[in-house]
Design a protein around this ligand. Sequence first.
Ligand SMILES: Nc1nc2c(ncn2[C@@H]2O[C@H](COP(=O)(O)OP(=O)(O)O)[C@@H](O)[C@H]2O)c(=O)[nH]1
Ligand SMILES: [Mg+2]
Ligand SMILES: [Zn+2]
Length: 292
Amino acid sequence: MIGRVIKGIGGFYFVHDGHDTVMGKARGNLKRNKDLIYVGDIVDFDIDDNDGDNECVINKVVERKNFLTRPPVSNLDMLVVVFSIIEPAVNYPVIDKLLAGCERIGIRPVVCISKKDLVSEDELKSVMDIYSGLYPVVSVNGNTGEGMHELMDIIRGHSAALAGPSGVGKSTITNHLAHEGEENVQTGSISEKTGRGRHTTRHVEIFALPDSTYLYDTPGFTSLDMPEMDLAEVRTLFPEFRALAGECRYNNCAHINEPDCAVKDAVREGSIGKTRYGSYLMMMEEVKKWLK
Ligand SMILES: Nc1nc2c(ncn2[C@@H]2O[C@H](COP(=O)(O)OP(=O)(O)O)[C@@H](O)[C@H]2O)c(=O)[nH]1
Ligand SMILES: [Mg+2]
Ligand SMILES: [Zn+2]
């Protein structure tokens, strides 16, 4: 049978087969390599009829679509990049780097603006407009649950994790989404179920939600590993720059000092966000430093 590993504790794995969760161990030959099974792995398993604690035995890990090492998870379809506009104030380079990291790894990013109750409609719209042509954008209020169904509809049928700075409301959103499909939305009851505090997520664990939706509950990551990259790769991670390919005077335009640059024109006209371009320049500087 085929299932997804949704939790691992001390050599035991919890495998969700689409309906139920069974607990078991890896077959002997799988165990020899350390860390061979990641939370998120799709595995081939058998139900173990022998007496004992095991309900299943894992035969094999299906080839991973992708994996991250910090936190260690695999097979993510989507990353929901969460940030508030104030409290805490948005840090565009941090957000844009997460989005660029998704582009690089091949994970679909979703932009989620939290704490919409703290800003005016106009302010919210101006930030949503920066991203709305690029990625799915949703705004949410963790106090009222506003926007949570919309976010659920975006991730439905996919495996998704929340990322973003601490304090922006990721745990609050997780609590809402984990109860999608239930009659009464009750913040805080995740901790009742799992017996741990809301703010003390230490292990990665996946919530199996309705409609084959898997929500990865991680300690929260604020950045993605960005291993060696050359300068020319940075501009490929901005979809709005890619859309203008061939429109700059120079084919290999870095969109910085070159004349007749379509990207700089778009920034001037406002069709590319100033903050997006600012994040690009910052990433270019960082890569230059690594290359030295
Ligand atoms: N005003 C407001 N506060 C929120 C909202 N969502 C979460 N918070 C508060 O922001 C704080 C941080 O939330 P938390 O979910 O722990 O953020 P995390 O660090 O990203 O997991 C908590 O005090 C929440 O009650 C929201 O939509 N509006
Ligand atoms: Mg949290
Ligand atoms: Zn250019």
